[in-house]
Each structure stands twice: as structure tokens, then as C-alpha cells.
Design a protein. Structure first.
Length: 207
């Protein structure tokens, strides 16, 4: 009878130690699983992280097969689009050269028209402007959102135009490139992306 208490005491201590070790091991496993889950979510590996969301909302090149067509009349094909001209389309560039025709031309007319004095001249210029982009409507929505800033940049560019430039075809082409560069600079500053490939004159009057 006197031996039983001495045998049971060590067994109880050993049982408690096993329970403590198992509890600690379970906490380590749970903590590691939670940490791994948080890391995976924050890095975009699961659940559509921030990196995937940013790509989904960015401008996308539109294939030629998805070219927008006017309902009736107008220029259907718009063969000038996405030619990769050096007009400063911010950050992402469509393929240049012959590959340009692989992408659609998305057009947008800026209304109302622009009226400005010319540089060191008594003449006044009045122009209608349309832009084209090989990207989706994101670029056009950015233009609409920043209309005031874009129009200001266009007027400043027109005001810096020398008189002799408006009377020749070569001079007008230079104006188109300068306007595209000015518009893209505003969009890049405001939205982080330009995307305008060309500027076209829909009306051109010098008085």
C-alpha cells in the first residue's frame, strides 16, 4: 500500500509535460498557417491581390478586330491609328512600324473648338481637335476627367506656335506632334499614363 503514492506522482508530472508540449506545438502550427495566409494575400498570390487589381484597371491595347465602327458614314477604318509615332505616349507603347495596324484606332473629338493668338503675331487661330489612341476607353475617360487641364495645355501650345508654322503642311504636322506631347504630359501627370498616339485637326482657320 505504501508504494502506490510514490509510483503515481512521476506519472502525473510526465502527463502534464506532454500536454504542455502538444499545446505549444499546436500554437506554432496555427501561427505559421495564419502568417503564411496573410503573406500570400498581401503579395497577390491568393484572393486577387493589389498587383492583379492594378493590371485589371490599366489601359489595354484594342485589337484591330475590335475596331469601333460608326453607325453610318464617317471614316470607318481610320488607318492612322497606333502608328507608334514619337508623340510621347506615356510609359507603354504599342508596337511600332507595320505592326501598328494590329490595333484599333479609338477616336475622341474635343469640343468646343480652340481659339488662340499665335506667337508674336496679329493672327488668331481657331482649330478643332480630335485624338486617337490604340488603347481602350480608359484613355478617353482620362481625357474627359482632366478636360480643364488638357484644354489649358492645348491653348498654351497653340499660343507658342510661330506664325509661319500654320501656313504649311509640314508646320501643321509639327503642331500635331507638339499637341499630342502636351496632352500626354498632362495625362501622365494626372493619371500616370498618356496613351494618345495622334492628334488630328477637324477644323483649321487662321484669321
Amino acid at each position: 500500500m505504501s508504494d502506490k503514492p510514490e509510483d503515481t506522482a512521476p506519472k502525473k508530472k510526465g502527463g502534464k509535460m506532454k500536454i504542455i508540449v502538444m499545446a505549444l506545438g499546436l500554437l506554432v502550427l496555427v501561427g505559421g498557417g495564419v502568417g503564411a495566409g496573410v503573406y500570400a494575400a498581401s503579395s497577390g498570390l491568393v484572393g486577387g491581390g493589389h498587383g492583379a487589381a492594378a493590371e485589371d484597371h490599366g489601359p489595354k491595347l484594342v485589337p484591330k478586330s475590335e475596331q469601333k465602327r460608326p453607325a453610318a458614314g464617317g471614316e470607318g477604318e481610320g488607318g492612322h491609328g497606333g502608328g507608334g509615332e514619337s508623340s510621347g505616349s506615356g510609359g507603354k507603347h504599342p508596337p511600332s512600324g507595320g505592326d501598328g495596324d494590329r490595333y484599333a484606332s479609338n477616336y475622341y473629338t474635343m469640343d468646343p473648338q480652340f481659339t488662340s493668338n499665335l506667337q508674336e503675331s496679329v493672327h488668331v487661330i481657331q482649330v478643332g481637335i480630335a485624338i486617337s489612341t490604340p488603347y481602350d476607353d480608359t484613355v478617353i475617360e482620362n481625357l474627359k476627367t482632366n478636360d480643364i487641364a488638357v484644354r489649358s495645355a492645348v491653348l498654351l501650345t497653340l499660343g507658342d506656335t510661330p506664325e509661319e508654322q500654320v501656313f504649311t503642311s509640314a508646320g501643321k504636322e509639327q503642331m500635331q506632334k507638339r499637341l499630342a506631347k502636351a496632352i500626354n504630359a498632362v495625362l501622365e501627370q494626372k493619371e500616370g499614363f498618356g496613351g494618345v498616339s495622334n492628334v488630328y485637326f477637324t477644323n483649321f482657320v487662321v484669321q
